[in-house]
Design a protein around this ligand. Structure first.
Ligand SMILES: Cc1cc2nc3c(=O)[nH]c(=O)nc-3n(C[C@H](O)[C@H](O)[C@H](O)COP(=O)(O)OP(=O)(O)OC[C@H]3O[C@@H](n4cnc5c(N)ncnc54)[C@H](O)[C@@H]3O)c2cc1C
Length: 504
């Protein structure tokens, strides 16, 4: 048992914590802080909890409007075991096979499967020596173990803490001088396999040509710990956490937008909500991203905002849901349709900040394995190409996004979803403008801060404010960054950080 779990919460004075936002990071922080003995209240601007973990139900179809791939459930499990409960009583999980189905413009189709024999035969389909895949996965596993012990589990927040924890010898094991793509290319020789393993960067909305090589740890997250689904859709994770929060007495105020964080003598003192009411707190944890929170709630000066510029947003996405009157049996639950020019795709999104002419597209057909999410004989598709975050130097209009949507549908029809448009009975589409409005994420980012070795070496902002000691942050804009398991881990680490600081 970790040291921070040993303390008896009854011995602590019951201090109050306000959490701004009920994304998964906020929920995890709320539960972990309640387990530490704090009195926790969440203020959420929307009418439901979960943030980007969101659901759309229309005309008999259910779509995961946000995340649809669950990894590392053992990180979520801790929230339950620390309260003497079992996650399986709250959130029913199962694994998926294959993990992903990958479609290429040349007609090749490759599945990702954690079974070594199956993966070997998939590699052979595109002329990749299975031994190359095996070696790449070993490289990935070594990186994962290295990153996990310190950066993930210790909640390290900056280069100095990194150096102290790892020491110089281990520091060099991070494959520091390569990009993520450089690490992939070292082991995998075919374009197909390189494109697939480069696309693990999807989990953090960055570019493998700009992210540091240690991001190759992400393949292990799937190959060692599997890929998971929640029957009925991933929003059941939020519902399970809601039940646990009710049992722990955590108060959630919905439709309660925080418009200001009050401060006095170098400390934050409370919040003001949109209806004008004031709420005091000993400690505040913001699940609103760091940059919008400092700019819009704390009204910080240009100096601090300039320092934060390196924490540039991750990409955004065009989130398109289609209810169909037929199925496309060639689809697996999770599918990727690759750009024929993936390097150019990433350069266009992350450097030129334009909509790519030939995007890589992620497509979920949850109805393939879950009959409850679409009418019988029908598929419901969620389609998600990664596109640039909003950028005032390269402004894009709703018309630009709709023209891009047509390019996406053209590509899918060309790559086997014949006559897709003719079979649409229901359509819903969110652009970065909608995402920004819905979650107040920085410039419509969908994974928080970008992982870029040239801008921030994949570090995100620290969990404890550098300016107000009783202000903390949780979620995709702070370490270790975006993706569901990472923000849940962040919530647990932020509770540790709060308790450690508070007891000093
Ligand atoms: C389309 C899409 C697909 C994704 N796919 C995956 C995937 O397959 N797997 C995966 O692991 N991850 C995926 N992600 C990323 C994952 O969803 C996020 O990293 C994670 O859910 C973010 O959690 P968070 O704690 O940062 O908070 P967020 O989800 O960003 O929530 C922040 C909350 O704060 C609230 N808020 C903000 N400002 C205020 C304010 N002033 N007052 C009150 N409330 C406020 C917002 O309304 C929101 O509810 C995806 C994201 C999107 C959008």
């Amino acid at each position: 048992m970790a040291a921070w779990e040993v303390d008896n919460p009854q011995n602590m004075s019951r201090k109050s914590v306000i959490i701004i936002g009920s994304g998964l990071g906020g929920l995890s922080a709320a539960i972990s802080l309640a387990q530490e003995g704090y009195v926790v209240t969440i203020h959420e601007k929307n009418a439901q909890i979960g943030g980007k973990l969101n659901v759309l139900k229309r005309q008999g179809y259910t779509f995961d409007l946000g995340p649809s791939i669950l990894t590392l459930p053992h990180i979520f499990e801790r929230l339950f075991t620390r309260s003497g409960r079992s996650m399986s009583d709250y959130i029913p999980l199962r694994t998926l096979r294959p993990h992903w189905r990958n479609f290429f413009e040349d007609g090749k189709v490759v599945d990702l499967d954690p079974d070594p024999e199956r993966m070997a035969s998939e590699a052979r389909k595109v002329g990749e020596d299975p031994e190359h895949v095996r070696r790449f996965l070993k490289y990935s596993a070594d990186l994962y173990d290295l990153v996990n012990t310190g950066y993930f589990e210790q909640g390290l927040d900056n280069a100095a803490a990194f150096r102290k924890y790892y020491g110089l010898a281990n520091f060099l094991k991070f494959d520091l001088f390569r990009t993520m793509h450089g690490g992939v290319r070292r082991y995998l020789k075919t374009r197909h396999m390189q494109d697939i393993f480069d696309y693990f960067i999807k989990y953090v909305g960055s570019s493998p040509y700009h992210a540091p090589a240690f991001m190759n740890c992400m393949a292990t997250i799937q190959f060692r710990y599997d890929l998971w689904y929640v029957d009925g859709g991933l929003y059941h994770i939020a519902l399970g956490l809601q039940r646990l929060m009710d049992e722990l007495g955590i108060k959630v105020c919905l439709n309660s937008e925080v418009v200001e964080v009050t401060k006095q003598d170098g400390r934050v003192t409370g919040i003001v909500t949109k209806d004008g009411s004031r709420h005091g707190a000993d400690i505040i944890v913001s699940n609103m991203e760091v940059i919008p929170a400092y700019a819009n709630l704390l009204h910080e000066d240009e100096k601090l905002m300039k320092e934060l510029e390196k924490f540039e947003p991750s990409c955004s996405g065009l989130v398109l849901e289609l209810g169909l009157d037929r199925t496309y049996p060639q689809l697996a639950h999770h599918n990727f349709f690759y750009s024929d020019h993936q390097r150019e795709h990433f350069r266009t999104v992350f450097r030129k900040r334009q909509l790519p002419p030939d995007p890589t597209i992620y497509l979920v057909a949850a109805s393939r394995t879950d009959p409850t999410v679409a009418p019988e004989g029908c598929d419901g598709l969620k389609i998600l190409p990664h596109i640039p975050h909003m950028d005032e130097d390269h402004p894009l209009t709703r018309d630009d996004y709709m023209a891009f949507k047509e390019r996406v549908l053209d590509k899918l029809e060309r790559m086997g979803l014949t006559d897709l448009r003719k079979h649409v009975v229901f359509e819903h589409c969110w652009t970065p403008l909608d995402i920004q409005e819905q979650y107040y994420s920085n410039k419509g980012s969908i994974y928080g801060v970008v992982s870029d070795r040239f801008k921030n070496f994949a570090f995100k902002a620290p969990k404890q404010s550098t300016k107000y000691p009783n202000l903390f942050f949780v979620g995709g804009s702070v370490n270790p960054g975006g993706g569901m398991p990472m923000v849940v881990l962040c919530g647990q680490n932020v509770a540790k950080a709060v308790a450690t600081w508070d007891r000093q």
